[in-house]
Write a new protein. Structure first.
Length: 548
């Protein structure tokens, strides 16, 4: 048994769980008129309501005791002091420095001047593209930006660019290529004019198979469509920590935007990996995005734990995962422009928290990261909410919505808000058998053919309720608020890793598949029957070779 699951704080929560599991959430609201006030927090324009979870003040106190026992406050300050919190790779995790203003001394050196130099370089570059000063090889201004990258070098930039679409320049179109499947690349390139297309090759390592294959194909396309070798310099820029590989690709130092190995891929949108965002929304807005995140950083450091949004969000997740057995977590943005937010959080949470070994190298005896998934509302309501309301699994969900829409078309936003609030109420309240009957104005038991057929439907119309949700409302989806929301989730992930004693900054689990793909790649090129794997793997390879 681990020290975590045998600890007093953990055992107290375990004892407390059956008490809360028995409680009807409706009753908890009925008993306490201040429940919303007691279990919601505000930060700037953001309201986080976690009152629709099976919690009472004792639950929160016990969760905070667990956090203290795990040394959360110390761990937060260690990360912000630049300690090597990424212990399995022996390095610091300094993504917060990318949005910082003050000096940050690491190993005796202030790293902030370099961070600000890159931002200044991004600023110059961004304005030269946006104002048409930097031109393509035929003298025309750039109109299309194609960003090639995958994982953290794609998901953050796509998500933010889409989310902040109302702030984007109308004369610049952004495109993203991540998948190794040639479909994405060919579909996008088909629409573009090489004379006015700028490529950003974004890869921390500059060795990622998908990104490099796509980058080479893009370059080939550019040369085949009329560009010359010398024009590559003007039409291709790179964002990477690996200068040597970038130069080998043929991009010179002036066109390289550097970042550092202390930024994890999924934490990198604040760095030059965010260049596509800056090109789309302009550097002033990019700085506001950083500001929003910086403000949450400060709140995370300063606010008492019971009033600290990332701490509470993280601990509510722990309560659901470790004590109520939740295996999955839905992210439901009621804002179409946040349609990539669930995919972004999927990488942030699942690459960070999908761990089974603790910091001492021991296998954990408790659950860690949940499966994160989601779709924007109201689309999801007509697809998978059935399972959320009446399925056998209890899936905690985060609902997010702006109070003000960027696109106030007709009555749509009011309808959206009503649906958002109604869904969280329905999940909490459910519908009891008596209510189903009342609704049909039928009193049971009565006898008639109609009532018999009605009676049969009753169990299907009952909603158990008690389905936990967190609601996050904010005034408007602007760059600063989005920055705060993203940083809120980054720190939530950190909080959970401290409780679980795991490393949220490594991702060794992605390596094995990459290695094996390398071996299999070599086996696809000849006609020889493959027998060196298990029969399934051999069978798949051989079927492909026969049917290619
Ligand atoms: O395969 C996972 C991963 O290593 C992610 O962690 C990372 O964000 C992504 O690949 C892309 O890596 P790179 O930026 O080095 O191309």
């Amino acid at each position: 048994m681990s020290t975590l699951t045998t600890s007093t704080a953990w055992l107290s929560l375990q004892d407390h769980q059956p008490v809360m599991a028995k409680q009807d959430l409706r009753e908890l609201f009925a008993q306490d008129s201040q429940r919303f006030k007691n279990f919601s927090l505000k930060f700037n324009d953001i309201l986080m309501d976690y009152s629709k979870h099976p919690i009472n003040q004792n639950t929160i106190n016990l969760l905070l005791t667990l956090a203290r026992q795990q040394g959360l406050e110390k761990k937060i300050s260690e990360m912000f002091c630049g300690r090597r919190v990424n212990f399995s790779e022996d390095r610091a995790a300094l993504h917060f420095a990318l949005r910082r203003e003050d000096a940050l001394i690491i190993d005796g050196v202030d790293i902030m001047p370099e961070v600000h130099d890159v931002l200044t370089k991004m600023e110059r570059f961004t304005s030269s593209i946006r104002n048409g000063e930097r031109k393509g090889y035929s003298g025309k201004a750039f109109t299309d930006i194609v960003s090639i990258g995958i994982g953290g070098s794609n998901l953050g930039p796509v998500m933010v660019t889409e989310a902040l679409n109302p702030y984007s320049a109308s004369h610049i179109s952004s495109h993203f290529i991540s998948n190794i499947d040639g479909t994405q690349l060919s579909t996008i390139l088909k629409k573009l004019d090489p004379e006015t297309t700028l490529f950003i090759i974004a890869s921390k390592t500059f060795t990622t198979q998908e990104t490099m294959a796509n980058a080479h194909s893009a370059r080939k396309w550019f040369l085949a469509q009329g560009g010359c070798e010398k024009d590559v310099q003007n039409h291709f820029v790179a964002v990477s920590t690996n200068r040597m590989e970038v130069e080998k690709f043929g991009i010179n130092a002036d066109n390289i935007f550097k970042f550092w190995d202390w930024v994890g891929g999924r934490y990198s949108l604040w760095s030059a990996i965010g260049l596509p965002i800056a090109l789309s929304i302009g550097m002033e807005n990019f700085y506001l995005l950083l500001k929003g995140a910086r403000e949450i950083d400060q709140h995370f450091i300063d606010a008492p734990m019971e009033r600290n949004l990332p701490v509470i969000l993280g601990l509510i997740g722990i309560w659901q995962i470790n004590f109520f057995g939740a295996k999955s977590h839905a992210v439901l943005p009621y804002d179409q422009s946040l349609h990539r937010f669930p995919a972004y959080l999927q990488q942030l949470e699942m690459e960070s928290s999908g761990k089974r070994i603790d910091r001492n190298g021991n296998e954990v005896d408790y659950s860690t990261g949940a499966v994160v998934w989601g779709e924007p509302g109201t689309n999801g309501q007509h697809a998978f909410y059935q399972l959320l309301h009446q399925g056998t699994q209890i899936i905690p969900a985060d609902f997010l919505i702006p109070c003000i829409s960027h696109n106030p078309v007709g009555d749509q936003h009011r309808l959206l808000i009503a649906n958002f609030i109604a869904q969280t109420e329905a999940m909490m309240r459910g519908k009891r058998k008596t209510e189903v009957c009342e609704e049909y104005e039928v009193e049971l038991p009565k006898k008639s053919a109609i009532e018999d057929s009605f009676k049969k439907t009753i169990p299907h119309k009952v909603f158990p309720g008690g389905r936990p949700t967190t609601s996050i409302l904010f005034k408007k989806l602007d760059p600063k608020t989005l920055g705060s929301l993203i940083a809120l989730y980054e720190h939530k992930v950190f909080v959970q890793s401290v409780i679980w004693n795991t490393n949220p900054f490594d991702q060794w689990g992605v390596e094995l598949g990459k290695q094996l793909a390398g071996k299999i790649l070599g086996e696809l090129d000849n006609k020889i029957q493959i027998t060196s794997h298990d029969s399934s793997t051999n069978g798949l390879i051989n079927y492909f070779k026969e049917n290619r």
